[in-house]
Design a binder for this molecule. Structure first.
Ligand code: GLU
Length: 409
C-alpha cells in the first residue's frame, strides 16, 4: 500500500464517523499544489549530479502551509503528499494557524560533503522560492535536515525576497531560531507518554520504554523520559540496537553517540537488533525513525501495551487494526510528534514580532498545547468510542472542514 493510500485510509475512517459528504471528502483530500523540480548539483569532484525535489502544498484553509523538508533517498511524490496531508491534520489538531505542506529531495545526505549539502539546499530554494514564504508556506527540518539547512534556506530566500527570517523555522538559535525548537518534538513525545500512561493508571516512573531511532526526535524523547524517571531499556540507530533491561544511562549513550558517530559497541548494554527492539518486553514502544515499520508481519510480536508514534506514519493500517484488536493503545503521529511544528509556530511568532521568548516560556506553552490537545482527543475518543487516532483525525478534519466552509472556495 502506498503512503498516500495509508494516509487516506485513516482519513476515511474518521470521515465515516463524521458523516462527511463525498464532495467534501474529495475537496479535503486533494492537494492544492504539487511542485516537482530538478535539483542539479555540482559535486566537489566537478561531476554533475541531478536529483528530484518536491514541495507539496496540501491545504491552506486555516493559514499558510507548514511542514518539513526531508533529505532521504526514498523520498517520492507519493510519500511527500502523504506527509503533507498529515501536516494539515497535525496543525489543526494542536490548533496553530497553519495548513499543511511537505517537501523533500530524493538524496542521501550522508553521501554529501557540507559544501554539497549547502549547494543542493540553495539550488532547491532557487527552484521553489516563489511558492514558499512566511505567509504562503514555511519549511522546517525533517529527516536528513536540521538547523544548518534552514539557515541556508533563510539566506537564499532572502536573496530573492529580502530579509525575512519567518520564511523558515528550525533555524539555529544564533540565527533567529527559537530556544527549545531542537528538543521540541522529543519533549512533546515525552510529556504525552507520561500523560497517556497516567490516564491508564500507569506511572511513568519505572516504566520500561523501547525507542526505535536515536536521531533528533528519539534522543530528546529518551533524554526527557530518562529525566522523568522512566527506564529506557532499548534504543536503536542505523548501526543496530542496544538493550539493557535495567535501563540505559541515556546521558552516557548520548555522549557516546556524539563521540563515536553511532551507538554501535556502546559498552554498558547488550547488542540487539531492530526486530528484537520492536518486540521488546517494554511498557511503551516509541517508533522514532522512518515510516511503515510496524506492519501486519510484526504487529503481533509487539509486547508493549502502548505505542507512541514519534515518527510520521510508522504504523500501517493493517498493524493499526491488529493493535486495536490486541488492546494496544496507539498515540498517533499527528498528535504525538506535533511538538516540533508547535515550537516552529512559536519561532515564526517570535520572528514576526522581533521579540525573543526564553526557553522556559517555550516549554510552558508547548506543554500546555500538547496536554490540552491530548485531553481534547481523549474526550472525543471516549464519546465516540473510537481509537485515539480516529479521534485525532476527527478533531483535525473538523477544524479544517469548518474553516473551509466558513471561508468559502
Ligand atoms: N517535520 C516536522 C513534522 O513532521 C516539523 C514540521 C515543522 O516544524 O513545520 O512535524
Amino acid at each position: 500500500m502506498s503512503s498516500y493510500e495509508t494516509a487516506t485510509r485513516y482519513f476515511e475512517q474518521a470521515a465515516n464517523v463524521m458523516g462527511i459528504s463525498p464532495n467534501m471528502r474529495k475537496l479535503l483530500k486533494t492537494p492544492q499544489r504539487e511542485v516537482k523540480v530538478q535539483v542539479a548539483l555540482e559535486m566537489d569532484d566537478g561531476q554533475i549530479a541531478t536529483y528530484i525535489g518536491y514541495r507539496i502544498q496540501h491545504d491552506s484553509a486555516r493559514g499558510p502551509m507548514k511542514g518539513g523538508l526531508r533529505f532521504h533517498p526514498e523520498v517520492d511524490a507519493d510519500e511527500v503528499l502523504a506527509l503533507a496531508t498529515l501536516m494539515t491534520w497535525k496543525t489543526a489538531i494542536v490548533n496553530i494557524p497553519y495548513g499543511g505542506a511537505k517537501g523533500g529531495i530524493a538524496i542521501n545526505p550522508r553521501h554529501l560533503s557540507p559544501g554539497e549539502r549547502e549547494r543542493v539546499t540553495r539550488k532547491f530554494v532557487d527552484e521553489i522560492h516563489d511558492v514558499i514564504g512566511p505567509d504562503k508556506d514555511i519549511p522546517a527540518p525533517d529527516m536528513g535536515t536540521g538547523p544548518q539547512e534552514m539557515a541556508w534556506i533563510m539566506n537564499q530566500y532572502g536573496k530573492y525576497h529580502g530579509y525575512n527570517p519567518a520564511c523558515v523555522t528550525g533555524k539555529p538559535v544564533e540565527l533567529h531560531g527559537a530556544d527549545g525548537r531542537n528538543e521540541a518534538t522529543g519533549r512533546g513525545v515525552a510529556i504525552l507518554t507520561r500523560n497517556l500512561l497516567e490516564h491508564h493508571e500507569h506511572q511513568l516512573k519505572g516504566a520500561r520504554i523501547a525507542i526505535q531511532g536515536f536521531g533528533n526526535v528519539g534522543s530528546f524523547a529518551a533524554s526527557f523520559l530518562h529525566d522523568m524517571g522512566a527506564l529506557v531499556i532499548a534504543i536503536s540507530d542505523v548501526s543496530g540496537a542496544i538493550h539493557n533491561p535495567k535501563g540505559l544511562n541515556i546521558p552516557a549513550v548520548i555522549r557516546y553517540q556524539a563521540e563515536h558517530g553511532s551507538i554501535e559497541d556502546y559498552p554498558a548494554a547488550d547488542e540487539s537488533d531492530n526486530a528484537a527492539l520492536l518486540a521488546s518486553e517494554a511498557d511503551v514502544l516509541i517508533p522514532a525513525a522512518i515510516g511503515g515499520v510496524l506492519t501486519a508481519d510484526n504487529a503481533n510480536d509487539v509486547r508493549a501495551k502502548f505505542v507512541v508514534e514519534a515518527a510520521n506514519a510508522p504504523t500501517t493500517p493493517e498493524a493499526d487494526a491488529i493493535f486495536e484488536k490486541r488492546n494496544i493503545i496507539v498515540l498517533p503521529d499527528v498528535l504525538a510528534n506535533a511538538g516540533g511544528v508547535t515550537v516552529s509556530y512559536f519561532e515564526w511568532v517570535q520572528n514576526r514580532q522581533h521579540f525573543r521568548w526564553d526557553l522556559q516560556r517555550v516549554r510552558d506553552e508547548l506543554d500546555r498545547i500538547m496536554i490540552e490537545s491530548f485531553d481534547h482527543i481523549r474526550l472525543i475518543a471516549a464519546e465516540k468510542h473510537v481509537s485515539l487516532r480516529v479521534a485525532a483525525y476527527i478533531l483535525g478534519i473538523g477544524r479544517v472542514g469548518r474553516a473551509t466552509v466558513l471561508g468559502g472556495i
